[in-house]
Design a protein around this ligand. Structure first.
Ligand SMILES: Cc1cc2nc3c(=O)[nH]c(=O)nc-3n(C[C@H](O)[C@H](O)[C@H](O)COP(=O)(O)OP(=O)(O)OC[C@H]3O[C@@H](n4cnc5c(N)ncnc54)[C@H](O)[C@@H]3O)c2cc1C
Length: 381
Protein backbone atom coordinates (compact mmCIF):
# COMPACT_ATOMS: atom_id res chain seq x y z
CA UNK A 1 0.00 0.00 0.00
CA UNK A 2 1.11 3.54 -0.72
CA UNK A 3 0.01 6.14 1.82
CA UNK A 4 -0.86 9.76 1.14
CA UNK A 5 1.12 10.83 4.20
CA UNK A 6 3.45 9.15 6.69
CA UNK A 7 4.01 11.11 9.93
CA UNK A 8 7.07 10.18 11.98
CA UNK A 9 7.06 11.06 15.69
CA UNK A 10 3.74 11.04 17.56
CA UNK A 11 4.31 13.62 20.28
CA UNK A 12 2.33 16.87 20.53
CA UNK A 13 2.92 17.80 16.91
CA UNK A 14 2.84 14.42 15.16
CA UNK A 15 -0.38 13.36 16.90
CA UNK A 16 -2.05 16.62 15.78
CA UNK A 17 -0.71 16.33 12.21
CA UNK A 18 -1.94 12.74 11.98
CA UNK A 19 -5.41 13.74 13.20
CA UNK A 20 -5.68 16.67 10.80
CA UNK A 21 -4.55 14.61 7.79
CA UNK A 22 -6.88 11.72 8.64
CA UNK A 23 -9.88 14.00 9.18
CA UNK A 24 -9.44 15.25 5.60
CA UNK A 25 -9.86 11.72 4.31
CA UNK A 26 -6.20 11.04 3.51
CA UNK A 27 -4.69 7.59 3.98
CA UNK A 28 -2.14 8.19 6.75
CA UNK A 29 0.29 6.20 8.86
CA UNK A 30 1.85 7.44 12.09
CA UNK A 31 5.16 5.97 13.25
CA UNK A 32 6.49 6.32 16.80
CA UNK A 33 9.69 4.78 18.08
CA UNK A 34 8.41 4.35 21.66
CA UNK A 35 5.17 3.08 23.23
CA UNK A 36 1.93 5.04 23.16
CA UNK A 37 1.91 7.48 26.11
CA UNK A 38 5.69 7.29 26.68
CA UNK A 39 7.31 10.06 28.71
CA UNK A 40 10.69 10.33 27.00
CA UNK A 41 9.95 13.23 24.64
CA UNK A 42 8.94 16.87 25.21
CA UNK A 43 5.18 16.58 25.50
CA UNK A 44 4.51 15.47 29.04
CA UNK A 45 4.33 16.96 32.55
CA UNK A 46 0.61 17.60 33.26
CA UNK A 47 0.60 21.30 32.32
CA UNK A 48 1.52 23.54 29.40
CA UNK A 49 0.85 27.25 29.32
CA UNK A 50 -1.26 28.85 26.60
CA UNK A 51 -1.54 32.61 26.06
CA UNK A 52 -2.33 35.04 23.26
CA UNK A 53 -0.32 38.24 23.93
CA UNK A 54 2.81 36.56 22.65
CA UNK A 55 5.90 38.41 23.85
CA UNK A 56 8.17 36.27 21.64
CA UNK A 57 6.75 37.78 18.41
CA UNK A 58 3.29 39.14 17.49
CA UNK A 59 3.48 37.13 14.24
CA UNK A 60 2.42 34.08 16.30
CA UNK A 61 -0.86 35.68 17.40
CA UNK A 62 -3.05 34.63 14.42
CA UNK A 63 -1.81 31.05 14.91
CA UNK A 64 -2.62 31.25 18.62
CA UNK A 65 -6.15 32.50 18.00
CA UNK A 66 -6.69 29.53 15.69
CA UNK A 67 -5.09 27.15 18.22
CA UNK A 68 -7.52 28.24 20.96
CA UNK A 69 -10.45 27.49 18.63
CA UNK A 70 -9.01 24.13 17.56
CA UNK A 71 -8.35 23.02 21.16
CA UNK A 72 -11.98 23.84 22.02
CA UNK A 73 -13.22 21.94 18.95
CA UNK A 74 -11.08 18.94 19.90
CA UNK A 75 -12.53 19.02 23.43
CA UNK A 76 -16.00 19.15 21.99
CA UNK A 77 -15.47 16.22 19.61
CA UNK A 78 -13.62 13.98 22.07
CA UNK A 79 -15.55 14.91 25.22
CA UNK A 80 -12.29 15.53 27.14
CA UNK A 81 -11.38 18.62 29.12
CA UNK A 82 -8.04 19.81 27.74
CA UNK A 83 -7.79 23.55 28.37
CA UNK A 84 -8.53 25.45 31.57
CA UNK A 85 -8.54 29.24 31.62
CA UNK A 86 -6.71 30.43 34.75
CA UNK A 87 -5.55 33.87 33.63
CA UNK A 88 -1.85 34.62 33.37
CA UNK A 89 0.07 37.08 35.55
CA UNK A 90 3.34 38.34 34.05
CA UNK A 91 5.63 40.27 36.41
CA UNK A 92 8.96 41.94 35.73
CA UNK A 93 10.75 45.27 35.62
CA UNK A 94 9.32 47.75 33.16
CA UNK A 95 11.76 46.87 30.33
CA UNK A 96 11.37 43.07 30.75
CA UNK A 97 10.63 41.33 27.45
CA UNK A 98 7.71 39.39 28.91
CA UNK A 99 6.00 42.72 29.73
CA UNK A 100 6.97 44.88 26.75
CA UNK A 101 6.57 42.02 24.26
CA UNK A 102 3.13 41.06 25.61
CA UNK A 103 2.03 44.71 25.50
CA UNK A 104 3.22 45.01 21.90
CA UNK A 105 1.40 41.85 20.78
CA UNK A 106 -1.77 42.96 22.61
CA UNK A 107 -1.59 46.42 21.01
CA UNK A 108 -1.01 45.08 17.49
CA UNK A 109 -3.76 42.46 17.70
CA UNK A 110 -6.21 44.20 19.99
CA UNK A 111 -5.99 41.54 22.70
CA UNK A 112 -7.20 41.94 26.27
CA UNK A 113 -4.22 42.66 28.56
CA UNK A 114 -4.36 44.58 31.82
CA UNK A 115 -1.41 46.64 33.00
CA UNK A 116 -0.81 46.46 36.75
CA UNK A 117 1.27 48.77 38.92
CA UNK A 118 3.34 47.36 41.78
CA UNK A 119 0.65 48.43 44.20
CA UNK A 120 -2.13 46.87 42.12
CA UNK A 121 -0.31 43.52 41.99
CA UNK A 122 0.14 43.63 45.78
CA UNK A 123 -3.52 44.48 46.33
CA UNK A 124 -4.79 41.79 44.00
CA UNK A 125 -2.31 39.10 45.05
CA UNK A 126 -1.40 39.83 48.69
CA UNK A 127 0.19 36.37 48.99
CA UNK A 128 3.02 37.37 46.60
CA UNK A 129 6.32 39.09 47.34
CA UNK A 130 6.57 41.77 44.68
CA UNK A 131 9.65 43.98 44.46
CA UNK A 132 9.33 47.79 44.29
CA UNK A 133 10.59 47.99 40.68
CA UNK A 134 8.28 45.25 39.36
CA UNK A 135 5.13 45.87 37.35
CA UNK A 136 2.64 43.40 35.90
CA UNK A 137 0.50 42.49 32.93
CA UNK A 138 -2.51 40.23 33.35
CA UNK A 139 -3.88 38.25 30.44
CA UNK A 140 -7.40 37.01 31.22
CA UNK A 141 -7.31 34.46 28.37
CA UNK A 142 -4.14 32.76 29.64
CA UNK A 143 -4.60 29.14 30.59
CA UNK A 144 -3.28 25.65 31.02
CA UNK A 145 -3.39 22.62 28.72
CA UNK A 146 -3.08 19.03 29.93
CA UNK A 147 -0.39 17.68 27.55
CA UNK A 148 -0.90 13.96 28.15
CA UNK A 149 -4.64 14.26 27.54
CA UNK A 150 -4.09 16.48 24.49
CA UNK A 151 -1.78 13.97 22.79
CA UNK A 152 -4.17 11.10 23.53
CA UNK A 153 -7.12 13.12 22.23
CA UNK A 154 -5.35 13.77 18.93
CA UNK A 155 -4.32 10.10 18.62
CA UNK A 156 -7.88 8.97 19.36
CA UNK A 157 -9.23 11.38 16.82
CA UNK A 158 -6.70 10.21 14.23
CA UNK A 159 -7.59 6.57 14.68
CA UNK A 160 -11.30 7.38 14.69
CA UNK A 161 -10.80 9.07 11.29
CA UNK A 162 -9.04 5.99 9.90
CA UNK A 163 -5.33 6.68 10.53
CA UNK A 164 -3.05 3.72 11.10
CA UNK A 165 -0.37 3.88 13.78
CA UNK A 166 2.65 1.84 14.68
CA UNK A 167 4.31 2.22 18.06
CA UNK A 168 7.75 0.82 18.83
CA UNK A 169 8.56 1.53 15.20
CA UNK A 170 11.58 3.75 14.51
CA UNK A 171 12.39 5.51 11.25
CA UNK A 172 15.84 4.50 10.06
CA UNK A 173 16.07 6.63 6.90
CA UNK A 174 14.07 7.96 3.95
CA UNK A 175 14.69 8.26 0.26
CA UNK A 176 12.94 10.49 -2.24
CA UNK A 177 11.64 8.66 -5.31
CA UNK A 178 10.05 10.09 -8.51
CA UNK A 179 6.78 11.30 -6.98
CA UNK A 180 7.05 10.22 -3.38
CA UNK A 181 9.15 8.97 -0.50
CA UNK A 182 10.30 5.55 0.62
CA UNK A 183 10.58 5.22 4.39
CA UNK A 184 12.77 2.50 5.91
CA UNK A 185 12.19 1.38 9.47
CA UNK A 186 14.71 0.06 11.97
CA UNK A 187 13.02 -3.38 11.77
CA UNK A 188 13.72 -3.53 8.02
CA UNK A 189 10.20 -2.64 6.82
CA UNK A 190 9.84 -0.41 3.80
CA UNK A 191 6.87 1.95 3.39
CA UNK A 192 5.89 4.11 0.43
CA UNK A 193 4.14 7.42 0.71
CA UNK A 194 3.33 10.47 -1.35
CA UNK A 195 4.41 12.84 1.46
CA UNK A 196 6.45 12.43 4.64
CA UNK A 197 6.18 14.67 7.71
CA UNK A 198 8.98 14.54 10.26
CA UNK A 199 8.04 15.77 13.74
CA UNK A 200 10.94 14.33 15.69
CA UNK A 201 11.13 16.68 18.69
CA UNK A 202 14.61 16.56 20.27
CA UNK A 203 15.61 13.73 17.90
CA UNK A 204 15.76 16.30 15.07
CA UNK A 205 19.33 17.48 15.66
CA UNK A 206 20.96 15.63 12.80
CA UNK A 207 18.29 16.23 10.13
CA UNK A 208 17.90 19.94 10.87
CA UNK A 209 21.65 20.32 11.35
CA UNK A 210 22.19 19.26 7.73
CA UNK A 211 19.82 22.07 6.71
CA UNK A 212 21.81 24.71 8.59
CA UNK A 213 19.71 24.75 11.77
CA UNK A 214 22.04 24.16 14.70
CA UNK A 215 19.64 22.62 17.20
CA UNK A 216 20.58 22.59 20.89
CA UNK A 217 18.79 20.13 23.17
CA UNK A 218 18.47 21.44 26.71
CA UNK A 219 17.54 19.57 29.89
CA UNK A 220 14.80 21.55 31.63
CA UNK A 221 13.42 20.42 34.99
CA UNK A 222 9.77 20.77 35.98
CA UNK A 223 9.15 20.50 39.76
CA UNK A 224 6.01 20.00 41.85
CA UNK A 225 5.51 21.20 45.44
CA UNK A 226 2.74 20.88 47.97
CA UNK A 227 2.12 24.37 49.39
CA UNK A 228 1.57 25.04 53.10
CA UNK A 229 -1.42 27.20 52.20
CA UNK A 230 -4.43 27.08 49.88
CA UNK A 231 -3.87 30.57 48.44
CA UNK A 232 -2.20 29.06 45.36
CA UNK A 233 -5.14 26.82 44.50
CA UNK A 234 -6.57 26.92 40.97
CA UNK A 235 -9.57 29.21 41.00
CA UNK A 236 -7.80 31.65 43.34
CA UNK A 237 -4.39 31.93 41.70
CA UNK A 238 -3.38 32.25 38.02
CA UNK A 239 -0.56 30.81 35.95
CA UNK A 240 2.45 33.13 36.15
CA UNK A 241 5.67 34.24 34.48
CA UNK A 242 8.27 36.11 36.54
CA UNK A 243 11.33 37.81 35.04
CA UNK A 244 13.35 39.01 38.05
CA UNK A 245 16.93 40.24 38.31
CA UNK A 246 19.11 37.62 39.98
CA UNK A 247 17.15 34.59 38.76
CA UNK A 248 19.04 32.22 36.44
CA UNK A 249 16.13 32.48 33.94
CA UNK A 250 12.46 33.56 33.98
CA UNK A 251 10.42 31.48 36.43
CA UNK A 252 6.99 30.23 35.42
CA UNK A 253 4.38 28.07 37.04
CA UNK A 254 0.83 26.91 37.48
CA UNK A 255 -1.67 26.97 40.33
CA UNK A 256 -2.40 23.88 42.39
CA UNK A 257 -5.00 21.73 40.59
CA UNK A 258 -4.76 19.09 43.34
CA UNK A 259 -1.31 17.68 42.67
CA UNK A 260 0.69 20.68 43.87
CA UNK A 261 2.02 23.83 42.25
CA UNK A 262 4.28 23.17 39.28
CA UNK A 263 7.22 25.48 38.71
CA UNK A 264 10.22 25.65 36.35
CA UNK A 265 12.80 28.01 34.94
CA UNK A 266 12.22 28.74 31.24
CA UNK A 267 15.12 27.67 28.99
CA UNK A 268 17.57 26.93 31.76
CA UNK A 269 19.55 23.72 31.96
CA UNK A 270 22.48 21.70 30.69
CA UNK A 271 22.88 21.12 26.97
CA UNK A 272 22.65 17.47 26.00
CA UNK A 273 21.08 15.34 23.27
CA UNK A 274 17.94 13.22 23.17
CA UNK A 275 19.81 9.95 23.74
CA UNK A 276 21.80 11.18 26.75
CA UNK A 277 19.32 13.26 28.72
CA UNK A 278 20.00 12.69 32.43
CA UNK A 279 16.68 11.55 33.90
CA UNK A 280 17.75 11.44 37.57
CA UNK A 281 17.00 14.52 39.66
CA UNK A 282 19.81 16.11 41.66
CA UNK A 283 18.12 17.91 44.57
CA UNK A 284 20.94 20.40 45.11
CA UNK A 285 21.37 21.36 41.44
CA UNK A 286 17.86 20.92 40.10
CA UNK A 287 15.54 21.76 42.97
CA UNK A 288 17.31 24.08 45.45
CA UNK A 289 17.45 27.06 43.00
CA UNK A 290 13.71 26.69 42.28
CA UNK A 291 12.90 26.60 46.02
CA UNK A 292 15.04 29.66 46.63
CA UNK A 293 13.31 31.61 43.81
CA UNK A 294 9.85 30.48 44.96
CA UNK A 295 10.46 31.48 48.60
CA UNK A 296 11.15 35.03 47.44
CA UNK A 297 8.06 35.12 45.20
CA UNK A 298 5.36 32.75 46.51
CA UNK A 299 5.95 32.23 50.24
CA UNK A 300 4.68 28.86 51.44
CA UNK A 301 4.42 27.45 47.92
CA UNK A 302 7.42 25.13 48.16
CA UNK A 303 6.62 23.73 51.64
CA UNK A 304 6.93 20.07 50.56
CA UNK A 305 8.83 18.88 47.49
CA UNK A 306 6.75 16.28 45.69
CA UNK A 307 8.50 15.27 42.51
CA UNK A 308 10.39 16.56 39.49
CA UNK A 309 10.98 15.48 35.92
CA UNK A 310 13.43 16.58 33.28
CA UNK A 311 12.10 17.39 29.83
CA UNK A 312 14.08 18.39 26.74
CA UNK A 313 13.73 21.75 24.98
CA UNK A 314 14.67 21.65 21.27
CA UNK A 315 16.18 25.10 20.73
CA UNK A 316 16.76 26.70 17.33
CA UNK A 317 19.35 29.50 17.14
CA UNK A 318 16.60 32.18 17.23
CA UNK A 319 14.13 30.21 19.42
CA UNK A 320 11.51 30.29 16.64
CA UNK A 321 10.02 27.13 15.15
CA UNK A 322 10.84 25.43 11.85
CA UNK A 323 7.73 24.48 9.86
CA UNK A 324 8.55 24.16 6.20
CA UNK A 325 9.13 21.89 3.22
CA UNK A 326 12.57 20.42 2.70
CA UNK A 327 14.30 22.82 0.26
CA UNK A 328 15.31 20.01 -2.13
CA UNK A 329 12.34 17.64 -1.63
CA UNK A 330 8.89 19.29 -1.57
CA UNK A 331 7.16 16.07 -0.45
CA UNK A 332 9.10 16.15 2.80
CA UNK A 333 7.77 18.43 5.53
CA UNK A 334 9.84 19.36 8.56
CA UNK A 335 8.19 20.39 11.79
CA UNK A 336 10.47 20.97 14.76
CA UNK A 337 12.66 23.26 16.83
CA UNK A 338 9.78 24.25 19.08
CA UNK A 339 12.22 25.85 21.51
CA UNK A 340 10.27 25.22 24.71
CA UNK A 341 7.11 27.09 23.68
CA UNK A 342 5.45 24.97 21.01
CA UNK A 343 2.87 22.86 22.80
CA UNK A 344 0.05 25.39 22.76
CA UNK A 345 0.27 25.53 18.94
CA UNK A 346 -0.07 21.79 18.33
CA UNK A 347 -3.50 21.75 16.62
CA UNK A 348 -2.72 24.69 14.35
CA UNK A 349 0.61 23.07 13.47
CA UNK A 350 -1.46 19.97 12.64
CA UNK A 351 -3.61 22.07 10.33
CA UNK A 352 -0.59 23.73 8.70
CA UNK A 353 1.26 20.46 8.09
CA UNK A 354 -1.89 18.84 6.70
CA UNK A 355 -2.19 21.82 4.31
CA UNK A 356 1.43 21.32 3.18
CA UNK A 357 1.31 17.52 2.98
CA UNK A 358 -1.99 17.36 1.09
CA UNK A 359 -1.91 20.61 -0.90
CA UNK A 360 0.43 23.24 -2.19
CA UNK A 361 0.51 25.86 0.56
CA UNK A 362 -0.83 26.58 4.01
CA UNK A 363 -3.80 28.82 4.69
CA UNK A 364 -1.75 30.36 7.54
CA UNK A 365 1.15 32.78 7.23
CA UNK A 366 4.19 30.75 8.24
CA UNK A 367 6.86 32.72 6.37
CA UNK A 368 8.53 33.62 9.66
CA UNK A 369 9.00 29.89 10.43
CA UNK A 370 10.70 29.10 7.11
CA UNK A 371 14.03 27.32 6.84
CA UNK A 372 15.50 29.97 4.57
CA UNK A 373 16.35 32.19 7.55
CA UNK A 374 19.16 29.70 8.24
CA UNK A 375 20.00 29.17 4.55
CA UNK A 376 23.56 30.50 4.73
CA UNK A 377 24.58 27.46 6.76
CA UNK A 378 22.58 24.85 4.84
CA UNK A 379 23.84 21.83 2.95
CA UNK A 380 20.56 20.31 1.69
CA UNK A 381 22.28 17.29 0.24
C1 LIG B 1 9.69 21.34 30.65
C2 LIG B 1 8.96 21.84 29.45
C3 LIG B 1 7.99 22.80 29.60
C4 LIG B 1 7.32 23.32 28.50
N1 LIG B 1 6.34 24.24 28.69
C5 LIG B 1 5.60 24.68 27.64
C6 LIG B 1 4.50 25.52 27.86
O1 LIG B 1 4.17 25.88 29.00
N2 LIG B 1 3.77 25.91 26.78
C7 LIG B 1 4.09 25.51 25.51
O2 LIG B 1 3.40 25.91 24.57
N3 LIG B 1 5.14 24.69 25.28
C8 LIG B 1 5.89 24.26 26.32
N4 LIG B 1 6.93 23.40 26.12
C9 LIG B 1 7.30 23.01 24.75
C10 LIG B 1 6.44 21.91 24.21
O3 LIG B 1 6.11 20.97 25.18
C11 LIG B 1 7.16 21.28 23.03
O4 LIG B 1 7.46 22.32 22.09
C12 LIG B 1 6.33 20.23 22.33
O5 LIG B 1 5.85 19.29 23.26
C13 LIG B 1 7.18 19.54 21.26
O6 LIG B 1 6.43 18.51 20.67
P1 LIG B 1 7.06 17.57 19.54
O7 LIG B 1 5.96 16.75 19.02
O8 LIG B 1 7.85 18.45 18.60
O9 LIG B 1 8.17 16.70 20.30
P2 LIG B 1 8.02 15.33 21.14
O10 LIG B 1 6.85 15.40 22.05
O11 LIG B 1 9.33 15.06 21.75
O12 LIG B 1 7.69 14.26 20.04
C14 LIG B 1 8.65 13.78 19.13
C15 LIG B 1 8.37 12.32 18.95
O13 LIG B 1 9.13 11.83 17.86
C16 LIG B 1 9.49 10.50 18.16
N5 LIG B 1 10.62 10.13 17.29
C17 LIG B 1 11.81 10.77 17.19
N6 LIG B 1 12.61 10.17 16.30
C18 LIG B 1 11.91 9.10 15.81
C19 LIG B 1 12.20 8.10 14.84
N7 LIG B 1 13.38 8.03 14.21
N8 LIG B 1 11.26 7.17 14.57
C20 LIG B 1 10.04 7.21 15.19
N9 LIG B 1 9.72 8.14 16.13
C21 LIG B 1 10.64 9.09 16.43
C22 LIG B 1 9.85 10.58 19.62
O14 LIG B 1 9.89 9.32 20.25
C23 LIG B 1 8.76 11.48 20.16
O15 LIG B 1 7.63 10.76 20.61
C24 LIG B 1 7.63 22.87 27.21
C25 LIG B 1 8.62 21.87 27.04
C26 LIG B 1 9.26 21.36 28.15
C27 LIG B 1 10.30 20.30 27.93
Amino acid sequence: MRYDVVVVGLGAMGSAILAHCARRGASVLGLEQFARGHDLGSSQGKSRMIRKAYFEDPAYVPLLLRAYDLWRELEHRTGRELLQITGLLMVGHEAAEIITGAQRAAREHDLPLESLTTREIRTRYPMLRVQDDEIGAFEPDGGVLDPERCVQAHLDEASHAGAQMRFGSALENWEVTGDGVVVRLADGDRIESRALVLSLGPWFQETLGRLGVAIRVQRNVQAWFEPATDVYNAGRFPAFLLDRAGLPAPLYGFPDFGDGVKVAFHAHGDLTDAAHLVREIDLARDIAPVVSALDKWMPGASATFRTARPCPYTLTPDSHFVVDRHPAHPGLILCGGFSGHGFKFAPVIGEICADLALGSRSRHNIDFLALRRFAARADPN
